[in-house]
Ligand binder design. Structure first.
Ligand code: ADP
Length: 355
């Protein structure tokens, strides 16, 4: 069953367009809404809930028109908002039960479900504590609990791992995976963190500056990505990047300085050696790599903005993708890079070209 459709949807706050002519049909399952901060992810979710009215376009959720039946839709959606939204002075079980009642559950059922979902999200022992005393990670969990209490047909999760430590983040993502894969609940997870989406979703929609930069099944998008070659040069990497760009070849870099080059079909690794040597640079590491979601993301953003400018992409990533810890942010990269040690970079300066 198709759960969400947007048809030429645009949303504006004053003069600022948050969504621009977005048309997409999201499939059932776990769908990641990926994009840097300010891309329009929260606005999209709020529009689907009927909290924000689009300036243009039509949306359907669970087969219902959002403009015509917002309350009916909301009663069937679980929404975990980005910002904290608990009620001061209430303990967790009272709060979650109250949310269940607001969603239409009879009081006794709401209370029973509140206990169940609080245990499910790992707050069973803390369920009689006031929510104000909760840590950031616990507040994230209670937001998930209140989104689940009324047994929704569709779940919207807005930045569910925000502010969580690595262990809490892993546990949250494991819960999301369990909800989607074992409980079979359709969900949309909005995040600016690639690993969050990659670990939980089969399908991704990449948003940038209010537009869809790319979308599709994650594995297919990776499969369609051009060949990626990892390169590290001795000398000024900017010179190398500029030379590649002059030849119409895009790159983006991870924060260890390893360049990931989008290789056109008519170029081979030898050509990279030639370019380097023409500019007085030495290739210290070169290896064909498997396309990652980060590559798909970087290429989509570059194409969408009509630029292959690697600085833009790096800045984009730094501005939008970096307020989680760096290791996890790069969990989508090959392990040797995530660990900060590029493989195939010998100490003796020999070049290994696994091409
Ligand atoms: P994301 O969730 O991807 O970070 P948002 O949907 O929050 O993006 O924001 C998209 C754009 O709309 C941003 O430029 C943001 O500053 C702007 N925006 C969001 N909410 C408001 C608001 N209530 N008033 C004015 N501008 C807003």
């Amino acid at each position: 069953m198709l759960s969400v459709e947007l048809d030429h949807v645009s949303v504006r706050y004053g003069r600022q367009w948050a969504l621009r002519d977005v048309s997409v049909t999201l499939p059932a399952g776990a769908v990641g809404l990926l994009g840097p901060n300010g891309a329009g992810k929260s606005t999209l979710l709020k529009s689907l809930l009927g909290f924000v009215r689009p300036d243009e376009g039509v949306m359907r959720v669970l087969g219902l028109d959002v403009a015509a039946a917002p309350l009916q839709i909301r009663s069937r959606i679980g929404y975990m908002p980005e910002s904290d939204s608990h009620i001061p002075g209430m303990n967790a079980v009272t709060f979650v039960a109250y949310c269940g009642e607001l969603s239409g559950l009879p009081r006794a059922d709401a209370m029973q479900r509140a206990h169940e979902v609080l245990y499910y999200v790992g707050l069973g022992e803390a369920r009689y504590r006031n929510v104000e005393t909760y840590s950031t990670g616990m507040k994230q969990r209670i937001k998930l609990a209140q989104a689940l209490v009324h047994d929704p047909d569709l779940l919207f999760l807005d930045e569910p791992t925000n502010g969580m430590d690595p262990r809490g983040r892993d546990e949250m993502l494991e819960l999301v995976r369990d909800i989607a894969h074992n409980k079979g609940l359709n969900l949309i997870l909005s995040s600016h963190l690639l690993p969050d989406v990659e670990q939980t979703c089969e399908h991704v929609v990449v948003l940038d500056q209010g537009r869809i930069a790319t979308q599709g099944p994650i594995e297919a998008l990776k499969g369609h990505a051009t060949r990626i070659v990892e390169v590290r040069v001795k000398g000024d990497p900017d010179t190398f990047v500029s030379a590649l760009r002059a030849a119409g070849v895009s790159t983006h870099a991870d924060e260890e300085g390893v360049m990931r080059v989008f290789m056109p079909d008519d170029r081979d690794a030898q050509w990279l050696f030639q370019i380097a040597s023409q500019h007085g640079l030495q290739v210290r590491h070169l290896r064909v790599s498997v396309p990652t979601l980060e590559d798909v993301f970087a290429a989509a953003i570059a194409n969408g903005r009509g630029t292959g400018d690697p600085d833009q992409m790096t800045n984009q990533r730094d501005a939008g993708m970096s307020d989680a810890d760096a290791n996890r942010r790069h969990a989508g990269l090959p392990e040797q890079i995530a660990n900060g040690r590029p493989a195939g970079l010998p100490d003796n300066g020999d070049v290994r070209a696994d091409t």
